[in-house]
Design a protein around this ligand. Structure first.
Ligand SMILES: *Cc1c(COP(=O)(O)O)cnc(C)c1O
Length: 387
């Protein structure tokens, strides 16, 4: 997407809504205004729209539509899964496990539970951000009841071995939550095979609307969450509140579109990331943060002796992220990159390029050339800091 003056390379922060999704939402809005909780004919029409959307999302993940709870997005799904799951299991044990490289929606919830008397173990990834399943297993105890590990990292694109981690949890009957906000609709996920109990997703990370997401809750014994919202009896009381029919329909359409093109999307992103990295890897002092085999939509790079905020300014008209979008208001270096062992300076110079469906080869070629030029310019301006 090249808006008039900018080149958008921030698809990991949010994506444009597919026009077919808007069409579907407008269609639903025209068909019925009724509250889906109403039992009259118009309310039943809203219920049918929602049931249809549940089938579309369920087909993408190979699950039963009844295992989905609609939420306002991945932040709420993460909060509900973690607080609700850990509290549901608390009578059996209060030890819970996650990583420092998780999204704030996860780490802040764990910090909150720690204040409630849960004991948290933060497992460390290796230098590329990958969690060694053996290190994960070593952190587990007899009283461990809950673990949360993300699928695709939002800053580095690192993909965790969810199958291995989930199998370890299954063996010990630990409730296993996966934040898949960056993975759903972008990499193949078969929940018929993957040993995952709870999985969070959100529409706006895969060409759907903002403000709608879902939590998958596996239909198996001991897998349940306590509500964090209270009100009407909607969604089996697990998440009350009037369902936003149009947004739910939009998320359903988003999932159906994604299901048909994941492999083509991945091939497109791989070509783009390869070209982008090829255009900048020879710059003096440039390093790739994360795993080269990670999700191809994200390329996170640091460069020696350059300050991140000045780099971001020099990079205009490229719209990219320093740290993560959620943290960029604070000047703190990314806690995710710090957890990979980067120094404050290295983390501060990090730029996250993220490409998407609309990104073109000329855009990434321009981006690579512009990044090279920006670094040369900054080094000329401040030659004394160049070692
Ligand atoms: C974007 C994101 C979230 C938050 O999702 P929202 O729908 O914006 O609340 C959570 N986790 C990850 C990994 C994300 O990328």
């Amino acid at each position: 997407m090249m808006t008039e003056d900018y080149i958008y390379l921030d698809y990991a922060a949010s994506t444009p809504v597919d026009p077919r999704v808007f069409d579907r939402m407008r269609e639903c809005s025209a068909a019925t205004c009724a509250n889906p909780s109403s039992t009259h004919a118009a309310g039943r029409m809203s219920q049918d729209i929602i049931a249809n959307a549940a089938t579309q999302v369920a087909d993408l993940l190979n699950i039963d539509p009844k295992t989905l709870i609609w939420t306002s997005g991945a932040t709420e799904s993460d909060n509900l899964a973690i607080a609700g799951g850990a509290r549901y299991r608390a009578h059996r044990g209060k030890h819970i496990v996650t990583m420092r490289t998780e999204h704030k929606a996860v780490t802040d919830m764990f910090d909150t539970l720690a204040k409630e008397g849960f004991e948290v173990t933060w497992v460390d990834p290796g230098p590329t951000g990958l969690l060694d399943p053996a290190a994960f297993e070593a952190a587990l105890r007899d009283d461990t009841q809950f673990a949360s590990i993300m699928f695709v990292n939002n800053e580095t694109g690192v993909i965790q071995d969810i199958e291995a981690l989930g199998n370890i949890c299954r063996q010990r009957d630990i409730l296993f939550h996966v934040d898949a906000a960056q993975a759903v609709g972008k990499v193949r996920i078969d929940l018929g095979k993957l040993p995952v109990d709870l999985l969070s997703l959100t529409g706006h990370k895969f060409y759907g609307p903002k403000g709608i997401g879902a939590l998958y809750i596996a239909d198996r014994p001991g897998c349940h969450v306590e509500p964090i919202l209270f009100g009407g009896g909607q969604q089996r009381r697990m998440r009350p509140g009037t369902l936003p029919t149009e947004l739910v329909a939009g998320l359903g359409m988003t999932a159906e579109i994604a299901a048909g093109r994941i492999d083509d999307d991945l091939a497109h992103l791989r070509t783009l990331r390869h070209a982008l990295w090829d255009g900048i890897r020879h710059i003096d002092g440039v390093t790739l943060n994360g795993d080269p085999n990670g999700f191809p939509g994200i390329l996170n790079v640091s460069v020696d002796d350059i300050e991140g905020e000045s780099l971001l300014l020099a990079l205009e008209p490229l719209l990219v992220a320093t740290g993560s979008a959620c943290n960029s208001k604070s000047q703190e270096p990314s806690y995710v990159l710090r957890a990979l062992g980067l120094t404050d300076l290295q983390a501060q110079s990090a730029i996250r390029f993220s490409v998407g469906r609309p990104t073109t080869m000329p855009e990434v070629e321009f981006a690579a050339g512009h990044y090279r030029a920006a670094i040369e310019k900054l080094r000329e301006l401040a030659p004394e800091v160049v070692t």
